[in-house]
Design a protein around this ligand. Sequence first.
Ligand SMILES: [Zn+2]
Length: 537
Amino acid sequence: MKENALCKGLAPFFLDMMRWWIIVFLAGLGQLPAAPSADSSPELRKLAKESADIHRFSTLFTAQDVRDHLSSEAGLAEAIQWCQASGVTKVYLEESRDGYQAERPTLARARDSFRAGGLVASGCVTTSRVGKPSDHWGSYISCYTDPATQDRVQSSFEYAASLFDEIMIDDFWFTECTCSNCTAARRARLVTVGPKTYPVSGDTWADYHCELMLRVSQDRVLAAAKRVNPQARLIIKYPKWYEKFQDRGYDVVRETAAFDRIWVGTETRDYTDREWGGTPQYSGYFLMRWLGGIGGEKCGGGWFDWLGTSERTYVEQARQTVLGGAHETMLYCFGGIQHGADIGALRANLPELLAVAGEVRRREPEGIAVYKPPNSSPQEEPHVWDFVGMIGLPLAPYHEFPTNAPAAFLSVQALADPHLAEELGGFIAARRPVLLTDGLARRLTGLVNLTATNVSVLPVGGQPKSLLDLPQTRLDDLRVPLLGAFHASFRAPNRVALYLFTHGGWVVENFNDAPVEVVLNGQRLNVEARGWRWHWQ
Ligand SMILES: [Zn+2]
């Protein structure tokens, strides 16, 4: 990132502006959320196809979409045309959802038709309303301790594997069931899957649910699917609610090791939406990068939807997915995005998103190391990184202690690491800048040198969202030592995010509804409302 400080002089900005205008010209489009003209479809289709190795856009036909949209020749032709006009080059055709199983002839014909139309076609299973309901979440989520439910899961995946070599699992693959059978098994510290039993390492619900979901995954999903189709590759899609993974049985380390690929929920939606709000946009980036670090090459892409979004936040979800290094963006789902303006906004921005994806994929992210150990509890600081990213601190998420990072920000989740005090003590002694939440600093009093001049404390007060109210003067001061470790400086109002990449790459994204002026490495930049600027060398 040292080169990033080099954005001095006008040449990079002329190049930046030229790239921007070329992209806009090629797209034949102007500003978000303009709908594409009919003439833009062939160009978009060609661009999407040419860019597919770098980043592709895909969509899901739920089992109900398969039934409702793909049962007739006319419906199939219309769906294929829509995908091509939207820059979508891959589809997931779902076998089952909510207790409904799509019919084999319909799935097989749709699969073959999409492939004949030049698209990639894979399968999907959503494990909602499968067998015995959990005593939490109503009937949507199941009790996987129940042997008959395990059998139904197995038959669902056998069916999918008989049709497809790649199968996505939507993020209903969890449980919070505490029924009497689950309670007895938890107390006995024993998971039973068919004739096999597996010990559980502890007696908490998180211990039991994680062991249960791992073992049912191995025996009733992965092994079952691969017996039917040895080519079958299974993708586990992790939800966006990452702070609760362990409580609901998503063990991201062991499940990622077990599955062939992983996927990431980046559906942040409108922060102020009454029903769906509360997640800031930066969360999509954080989670893509954190799970990307755990999954490595297994990490395939991100997934978001249209629920609780405006055109602007819909496109921001795509930006965060791309900035997070995804290889693919999955648009959930065909039936849902047929109405409303979101898809028009995305089409208008697709050339730009693909161009940025190409630059991001050539680089590594750089930034202040943030540390979330897998299965760590958020205590009073849930999703704190999502908000810290929104205040203009460029973050580099880690799932292991970032021993060699130039600067670090740590929160209470780090306490899940039994060696934290020793590791952090060494980091502080190395004189690198460290920012701690007040919650973590309080718990580390007497254990590490909190009075060292390279340590500062962020007042979270158990309310991470309160960070969005910090004034610019406070933020500008806060950034100085941390960005100094990267030979960079950034002055900006709240809700303006900074992303740093190797080889001098940077992106500034403004999440405010008004234009802002920022100063990055001494250069003034104007960023339009809900817009972004970037620079690549
Ligand atoms: Zn149960």
